[in-house]
Design a protein around this ligand. Structure first.
Ligand SMILES: [Zn+2]
Ligand SMILES: [Zn+2]
Length: 337
């Protein structure tokens, strides 16, 4: 019997469910190629959709379903122009394999998914009742996500008994599996305070994933803050409105600088520092674009107030291109503040 899978289950989760039903052998050479298993391939940005549909799912899941409902493509395409997003999707649907320069550019900006796997306790219970097993969700895996945007629950990422993190392996795994180390099924819930900008950002990203956030299209470059590079906001050429938005964005996230913020949101490198950098790192990472949009969408503080304090200290750049922070918060870290 073909397992039913929910919309926005990760491709790792869908393949795992098929493997558990005995419908696909992830270690079979025709699926794994020269990798350890079919699950060792990166399916997060719609890669191999055609091959998966034909050879693994035998047409039961179509390439558009894989790209639109089981990958992060709709989120990232929402931030492009409609034409760019359409062209990328068309390529993903027709290509059997090979390099994807757009996906490579996205990965250069940061993690598509956090290093630990996250799940929502309510999603797990609802899935078990509906599908007989629980699925990993795309929108739980964003580096910035600490909560389920549907239920509001804090996401869990480790075993409550042995503290082992949930991580992707080459073996099939589902969200209601017992701990791979000690076998416990208790999950640690880490309650934490979140910055003001957090919930509006998570909701915006979730709408973008559903292709329901037209305001994030690349046309938003008309927004003052995105029109200039945030690092250049202190120059005379940037508008007062951009400087006000910049200050609001940083205060919403308790961040000292844009680099500090991008690090917190999961961006892989400091992209604001070097004007002569190659183009791929010159663009603002998606999560920072989203934070800027959220800051600009909300009421602005008064200009006189902002003029006094918009100057922000330069970021301290640490080893490996990450912005060093007092707290030592890195992109893969689960703690916010
Ligand atoms: Zn949930
Ligand atoms: Zn454990």
């Amino acid at each position: 019997m073909i397992p039913l899978t929910p919309k926005y289950a990760t491709m790792h989760s869908v393949i795992s469910a098929w493997a558990r039903c005995g419908l696909v052998d992830v270690k079979a050479s025709e699926h794994r190629g020269n990798r350890a298993s079919l699950l060792a391939f990166d399916h997060t940005l719609g890669g191999y959709a055609l091959r998966l549909s034909e050879r693994v799912f035998h047409g039961a899941i179509s390439p558009p379903e894989i790209v639109d409902f089981h990958s992060h493509v709709p989120l990232h395409a929402s931030f492009m122009t409609a034409l760019q997003g359409f062209a990328w999707r068309e390529q993903l649907l027709s290509r059997t394999q090979g390099r994807d320069p757009i996906a490579m550019g996205i990965r250069r900006h940061g993690l598509v998914e956090a290093e630990t796997l996250r799940k929502c306790p309510t999603c797990v219970k609802e899935d078990q009742a509906k599908y007989g097993c629980a699925h990993w969700r795309i929108f739980h895996q964003w580096p910035v996500a600490r909560h389920c945007v549907v239920h509001g629950d804090t996401l869990t990422s480790r075993c409550a008994d042995c503290q082992a993190p949930c991580v992707r392996r080459n073996e099939p795994s589902l969200a209601d599996d017992p701990c791979a180390v000690c076998g416990s099924t208790r999950l640690e819930i880490e309650h934490q305070d979140v910055p003001t900008g957090y919930w509006p950002l998570l909701q915006l990203l979730y709408r973008a994933l559903q292709a329901d956030a037209p305001e994030v299209s690349a046309l938003v470059r008309a927004h003052p803050l995105l029109a200039c590079r945030p690092a250049a906001c202190s120059t005379a050429s940037s508008s007062t409105r951009a400087r006000v938005s910049l200050q609001k964005m940083l205060s919403d996230w308790n961040a000292a600088s844009v680099d500090h913020l991008s690090c917190r949101l999961g961006a892989a490198r400091v992209w604001t520092g070097d004007l002569g950098h190659r183009r791929s790192t010159d663009q603002c990472p998606l999560y920072v674009q989203a934070a800027a949009l959220v800051a600009e969408a909300e009421p602005q503080p008064s200009c006189s107030e902002s003029r006094r304090s918009w100057r922000i200290p330069p970021p301290a750049v640490g080893k490996g291109g990450y912005a060093a922070t007092d707290e030592g918060v890195g992109p893969a870290d689960f703690a916010f503040l």
